[in-house]
Design a protein around this ligand. Sequence first.
Ligand code: AKG
Ligand code: MN
Length: 211
Amino acid sequence: MPKPSWHNTSQPLLFPSNPQRLQMSDADVWFYPEVFHEVEGNDIFAALQQEIAWRQDSATIFGRHHLLPRLTAWYGDPGKTYSYSGIRMEPLPWTPTLHHIKAVIEPIAQVEFNSVLLNLYRHGQDSMGWHSDDEPELGTNPVIGSVSLGGCRRFLLRHKTDKSIPKVEARLTNGSFLLMRGPTQHFWQHHVPKTKRPVEPRINLTFRVIL
Ligand SMILES: O=C(O)CCC(=O)C(=O)O
Ligand SMILES: [Mn+2]
């Protein structure tokens, strides 16, 4: 199988593990169930749990501070600052584990990422509210490369304006990779709901290109 060129971003994705294109209008979303095998996924999870400087941030909503229902961290190239919900994050330098993950997913995404937001969902009550990854520093059509490790959580997408379009659900399993690109962030929001089911902790990494 020919290797995709770094510059040929219009090509469909040629890489491993049975990619599935999610059936969504106004969007370009691909799911790769097993970019990392289960054992490697577990090892990477353990390494990240140790080596990442996890922080408990709070967001300010209507003047009140709320703890985010998850731990977060921001890593990337120097100067790639990221702001959301009133939180400004300076990047920490790439770790060897992050370098490894980045090297695996970049040929799939055909993009060179320069930063990553990490989320640690400690238990089923940790979550992520509805949002789009559409901050101005991500440019017009952001490419978001999302790696999931550890416990499996539901990931839901809903169209922003056409309420007749049903929600789309993916189960983000250990070692999986979800790629969102093209107009997706203009038209769709996504979230990770809380669950009462017992779930293992989960780490999600969303690799991004900050302009
Ligand atoms: O945990 C996930 O799968 C989603 C994370 C996410 O949407 C984000 O970091 O912007
Ligand atoms: Mn997001």
